[in-house]
Design a protein around this ligand. Structure first.
Ligand code: ZN
Length: 282
C-alpha cells in the first residue's frame, strides 16, 4: 500500500515529466471499479487539456488541468479549470512511458500526450480510483484530514484533544491526518519516545509537539529517499525507484533497538501490527 512519501514521490516525478503537456487522446479499460466518475465523462473532460501541475493532496495524486485548448494559438490560462484525481489503492501505479512501450496487463487508463509520452494507470487489484472534476461544476478536491507536513502546533494538538483512542490509532485515522500509514506511525512514535497504546487525549502538549516534529522528519526523510515502500513499487518512469529505509522499529520484532538494544516488541493496536521499544518509548 503506497503511503504518503511514495505518493509524494510519484506525484513529483510525474509532474517533472508531464507538466505543460497536452492530453491528446484517452483510452480506458472496460473495468467498472477504478472509475469514480463515469469513463465517458472523464474522457470528454480530459481531452485537449494541459497539465498545469501535479501534486499530492493527502494520499491522492491531483493533476491540475487548464482550459481546453480551443485552436492553435488559444491564450493559455494558468488557472485550474479541472482536476484529475487518482488514488493508487493497494496496487495502483502511475507510469510515464513512451507511447510504443508494451502495455502491461491490468492497465486501466492511457492518456496519450502531445509530446508523444503516455501516462498510464495500472492496477491489478482495482482498489485504486480515478475521478474527474470540472471546477465549473464541482468543488476543488480536498483531502478529508489535515496534512501532516504542513499542520501547525495548535491545529495538531487540537486534533487529539479529548480523544480516548490510542495515539497509534489516532495517527492512522485518515479523517484526522491524511496519509499516515502503519510504517510512519510506528517510526514517528519511536522517535518521539511515545508508547503506541497511550491515550491520544492524555498526551502532554510537549509530547504532541515532539510527535509532530518526528512525524514530519520521518516523512521528509522518506520522501528524500524516494519513498520506502516494502512492496515492489515501480515508480513513474517504470524503473524500480524505491528502496527500503532503515526502519527503527517497523517489522523488527525481536531485533535489538538501534538506540538501547532492548528487543523490539510487536502488539496489535486498532487491529494493526504495531512495533515499539519498551525501553525508549514511555
Ligand atoms: Zn530502545
Amino acid at each position: 500500500m503506497p503511503e504518503l512519501p511514495e505518493v509524494e514521490t510519484i506525484a513529483r516525478r510525474v509532474d517533472e515529466r508531464v507538466r505543460g503537456d497536452y492530453i491528446a487522446q484517452v483510452w480506458f479499460s472496460g473495468k467498472r471499479e477504478p472509475f469514480k466518475t463515469p469513463p465517458a465523462h472523464q474522457r470528454n473532460g480530459l481531452i485537449g487539456r494541459a497539465f498545469l501541475f501535479i501534486h499530492r493532496v493527502g494520499k491522492h495524486i491531483v493533476c491540475e488541468l487548464g482550459a481546453r485548448r480551443a485552436g492553435g494559438d488559444a491564450e493559455e490560462s494558468r488557472d485550474t479549470q479541472a482536476q484529475w484525481i487518482l488514488h493508487l489503492g493497494m496496487t495502483g501505479r502511475l507510469l510515464v512511458t513512451a507511447a510504443e512501450s508494451p502495455v502491461e496487463p491490468h492497465t486501466h487508463a492511457r492518456l496519450s500526450l502531445a509530446s508523444g509520452l503516455e501516462l498510464r494507470f495500472v492496477d491489478p487489484r482495482r482498489f485504486g480510483r480515478l475521478e474527474f472534476r470540472d471546477l465549473g461544476r464541482s468543488k476543488m478536491f480536498e483531502a478529508p484530514g489535515a496534512d501532516p507536513l504542513s499542520i501547525g502546533p495548535e491545529a495538531f494538538a487540537a486534533l487529539f484533544r479529548g480523544r480516548r483512542l490510542a495515539i497509534k490509532a489516532a495517527l492512522l485515522n485518515q479523517t484526522l491526518l491524511a496519509g499516515v500509514g502503519n510504517i510512519y506511525a510506528d517510526e514517528s512514535l519511536f522517535h518521539a519516545g511515545i508508547r503506541p497504546r497511550r491515550s491520544a487525549g492524555r498526551l502532554t502538549r510537549a509530547e504532541l509537539e515532539r510527535l509532530r516534529g518526528c512525524l514530519r522528519q520521518v516523512l521528509r526523510h522518506a520522501i528524500r529517499l524516494g519513498g520506502s515502500s516494502v512492496s515492489d513499487y515501480v515508480d513513474a518512469d517504470g524503473a524500480r525507484g524505491f528502496f527500503q529505509v532503515e526502519h527503527c522499529v517497523y517489522m523488527r520484532t525481536g531485533e535489538p533497538c538501534r538506540r538501547c538494544h532492548t528487543p523490539i516488541r510487536r502488539i496489535l493496536v486498532a487491529g494493526r501490527g504495531t512495533h515499539f521499544c519498551p525501553q525508549c518509548q514511555r
